[in-house]
Design a protein around this ligand. Sequence first.
Ligand code: LLP
Length: 422
Amino acid sequence: MPEHDHPGVAGWLDGVNLSALAAREGTPLYVYSAPMIRRRIRSLRSALDGLDAGIRYAVKANGNIAVLQLLAAEGAGADIVSGGEMHRALRAGIPARDIVFSGVGKSDAEIDAALAAGIARFNVESVAELDAIQRTAAGRGVVATASIRINPDVDARTHAKISTGKAENKFGVSIDEARRCFSTGPQWPNVRLDGLHMHIGSQLLSLEPVRQALARIAALWRELEASGHPIACIDVGGGLGVRYREGERAPAADDYVAVIRDALGDFSGRILLEPGRWLMAEAGLLLTRVILEKRGTARRFLVVDAAMNDLLRPSLYDAWHDIVRVGDDGTREKVTYDVVGPVCETGDTFAVGRELPRCVAGDLVAILAAGAYGASMASTYNSRPLPAEVLVDDGRYAVVRRRQAFEEMIAGEQPASDWRDA
Ligand code: LLP
């Protein structure tokens, strides 16, 4: 699909006919290519060859249990940011020893559950969090292993909402504060602080900021070791960008890993990577059916049956996703559309002024590169049930999340009849 076996051209994905699939399973429908996911993770692993490095897939990108199982079968562990993600990862069979826990606001209950499960490592983002882990670990009589997340203060040159490595962002601690944490380490006897972590942002299309940030981390690691603080693990985070738009250039795995090798080639501990988007985005698409074409006074709208609740990225980040008409034979005239969903907000727009083959009601359209931060960010806004998800592999498909039923959507809600005091 990515390197231009566009489903729009042939209407097939890994031997599965997308029109037949949509007819059977309905739309909107997320479709993930198992071969593509495997190719991605294998190419990253082969780029890492010779390094003592592990992949800790960022579950937030797409936490579907089947996806986690597929990635785990290829040797990935998990980077989690909530108790819910830990639940998914463990349920998918990812061993706790392959799970790292990131995030700026871990609750005591989440820390406790992670300690109980025996996860490998906490990526700690503040002194207050070190205090909380100390308290909880002491309560359990265990020693937690932790890395400190460095905020290297570099501009990742990505969308402001997904940029995380500048001093003004809420993430991590400054290099100075990290130094202080290591030197006052004995203050947290139930925390083994022996790692460094960073994650400067997502959808990075330039490797320069990664190089800069890694240089700072590497300098800190050397300095810490020289002052008697052995570093067992450096986690370089995620962030590697993908191609959302035909013609856009995203870094190759080899080039990305070369930057890691340059900075950490002589590091003798373990290197961890937390890719999310790069493994999943281009391996997925969102199939949606045209409900109607509408000619406004100023624009021509293509109203499809997927909406911002199914795929939020265009609304939230003005993100571009290529859109194709599935099975298009190239004979239809080209029309400039605003591609929109049925939700009652102007922001419910997938594309503005997009040239597409003329579409009519019932046509099938694919929104590409939707495998990451698509289904995982879906909601039921406008009381639209969560979409179904399927995994395709070698001419077959499996439903890996069934379409939510109305009753499932409202499960848990109840009339205000059981009044209590508090
Ligand atoms: N590690 C940490 C600590 C993270 O916060 C993230 C993403 C990752 C790894 C994975 O980053 P990736 O390799 O996927 O870039 N919803 C946004 C993306 C938010 C990313 C948040 N953190 C979007 O749709 O673009």
